[in-house]
Design a protein around this ligand. Structure first.
Ligand SMILES: [Ca+2]
Length: 176
């Protein structure tokens, strides 16, 4: 009897356990090799616009802030094949920030480093001067060993910023 009660508790715990596998999800620590290892263009971490998590958020500035036509960041993490993942974050834009293309992506790679599946949201639901939650889900293919979380923009206009905070990659437990 004792054993069965314990088993039931463990099953319940497993069913609700949703672990974020990203490091420095809210950009509160200095970004570096251990977390957002790849950063480019007009990317920076700032305290602007009342970040929804902590005191800092990531921003891709318009051309005014760096001069580049692009910007972004990538974090790479190991994943478990066959498991459903949920990528979510809070995003913001203001002062007429525009880009030719912009996206939040979840890219799965096999052991040879070959991209085997991409899930993406093109961030069309963003609203001026508001932090909006974006969520996308994708299953890690059977041959996936790593994933990249990518925030990117290209063809950036002169003004404004795109903000990002609380970017989490959650392992969704299989239904029992
Ligand atoms: Ca933050």
């Amino acid at each position: 009897m004792k054993t069965s009660v314990l088993s039931a508790i463990m099953v319940c715990a497993a069913a609700v356990a949703v672990a974020n596998v990203l490091e420095n999800s809210g950009f509160e620590a200095d970004v570096g090799e251990e977390d957002w290892s790849t950063r480019w263009g007009n990317f920076g971490v700032e305290s602007w616009n009342n970040p929804p998590e902590g005191h800092l958020a990531a921003f891709i500035r318009g051309k005014w802030g760096g001069g580049a036509l692009n910007g972004g960041c990538i974090q790479s993490v190991p994943v478990t094949a066959g498991i459903e993942y949920e990528l979510k974050g809070r995003f913001y834009l203001d002062n007429g920030w525009t880009a030719g293309t912009k996206a939040l992506k979840l890219e799965f790679f096999d052991q040879d480093g070959v991209l085997v599946r991409t899930y993406a949201d093109d961030l069309t639901e963003l609203k001026d001067k508001q932090w909006v939650e974006i969520v996308l889900r994708g299953k890690a293919p059977d041959d996936a060993v790593r994933a990249q979380v990518v925030l990117e923009a290209d063809g950036i206009g002169d003004d404004g910023v795109l903000g990002a905070d609380a970017i989490e990659l959650l392992e969704i437990p299989a239904k029992r």
